[in-house]
Design a protein around this ligand. Structure first.
Ligand SMILES: C[S@@+](CC[C@H](N)C(=O)[O-])C[C@H]1O[C@@H](n2cnc3c(N)ncnc32)[C@H](O)[C@@H]1O
Length: 359
């Protein structure tokens, strides 16, 4: 059951300033870039591709004026591009972009039902447009029978080795299949896989409201709505009852800075794992199992030497290791391999823990 008061995450609608500039094909590109550098907004007019042209010109201007080699330089370059490109605005009226030959983006109606007229930065329009294509056309996930339709701002997998590990583990799983809990349900991939493998009821949670809104929308009126119940909340949310299987595909990297909602699918804070293990220990039935999908990515990229699951096991109090299955991740293609020499060493991990107090 979904709380109707959930606030969806969406790009912040903005008001245009009084002295906003305008960009058409006739505008002087240098002058326009100077206006952006002075911190003033620019409205894209006439045709959508004018905006894309301005973005390209802004990129080449910055490439010619800023160093972009070292890690720090690249980061500064991206920050400057981000700041300036977000001053390039598109007018949205009655849920449509007010330029010709613009993409039709259904999110404008779904995410801003109460707003008739506002402005959005062009890079955010681009993000909304890609997200709309994924949502509308759906994404095929190799282990699932049906496509998923990820909601705006919700994590969905783009590599599948960890899902193969979980699928194979589920094929061999001989325990009871009455209930399972899926922490951080996201687009629902793990819950759907468990239903496919005969689990009768899954209780999912997520701290990202869009995950909850999106999944309830996609399950509405289908049999799945009775099989997968979801709650907007931290870790177990309102699910208190002990269960035979707890599944968690957590973020794989420790956080270095403050997180936004989509980042919380990728980065974890210091408390996440200790809190998870404490709560999970209270909610595991005798003989029950915890499955955590993880990766060695934080170690091989030298972000940390600490492994939160090994750390918990070493403390020796609550859980024992039943098994850890590993699978190497396909190497990146030649095109994307640059600066990613660690790629060949990447492995995903499936950890199965049982309670140390079980008989
Ligand atoms: C890597 S994604 C996995 C999503 C999905 N289970 C899957 O495998 O495709 C991690 C998910 O956990 C959620 N999450 C992060 N911290 C959480 C917390 N403290 N409580 C509940 N969910 C959390 C994120 O919002 C995200 O949807």
């Amino acid at each position: 059951m979904v709380n109707n008061t959930l606030q969806v995450n969406r790009p912040e609608p903005i008001k245009a300033g009084i002295d906003i500039g305008s960009f058409t094909r006739k505008s002087d590109i240098r002058e326009t870039i100077q206006t952006l550098l002075a911190g003033k907004q620019i409205l894209v007019e006439e045709i959508y591709s004018n905006g894309l042209y301005l973005l390209r010109e802004l990129t080449s201007y910055l490439k010619n004026t800023l160093p972009n080699d070292s890690f720090l330089e690249q980061r500064a370059f991206r920050a400057e591009f981000r700041k300036l490109s977000h001053l390039i605005l598109i007018h949205v009226k009655e849920h449509k972009l007010m330029v010709r030959k613009a993409p039709v983006i259904g999110w404008l109606e779904k995410l801003y039902p109460e707003l008739n007229e506002f402005f959005l930065p062009l890079p955010q329009i681009q993000g909304l447009n890609s997200a709309w294509q994924w949502y509308k056309n759906g994404i095929h996930i190799p282990v699932l029978r049906n496509k998923i339709h990820p909601y705006f701002g919700v994590y969905f997998p783009t590599r599948f080795e960890h899902l193969n590990l979980f699928d194979n583990w589920l094929k061999r799983y001989e325990g009871p299949k009455k209930t399972a809990v899926d922490i951080g349900v996201g687009s629902g991939v793990l819950s759907l896989l468990m239903v496919q493998h005969g689990f009768q009821k899954i209780f999912g949670t997520d701290i990202n409201p869009n995950a909850i809104i999106g999944l309830s929308e996609s399950m509405e009126g289908t049999k799945l709505a009775r099989k997968i119940e979801i709650d907007f909340g931290h870790l177990f949310g309102k699910w208190e009852k002990p269960t035979e299987l707890i599944v968690f595909n957590p973020p794989w990297l420790p956080a270095m800075q403050e997180l936004n909602k989509l980042d919380e699918a990728i980065y974890y804070n210091e408390q996440l794992f200790p809190d998870f293990f404490e709560a999970a220990h209270k909610r595991l039935l005798a003989g029950g199992k915890i499955v955590i999908l993880f990766s060695n990515i934080a170690q091989i990229t030298q972000v940390t030497t600490e492994h939160p699951i090994k750390k918990e096991l070493l403390s020796g109090n609550r859980f024992v290791l039943e098994k850890c299955l590993k699978k190497s991740v396909k190497e990146a293609s030649e095109k994307t391999k640059r600066n990613q020499h660690w790629r060949g060493k990447e492995e995903v991990e499936l950890w199965v823990l049982t309670s140390s107090t079980n008989d």
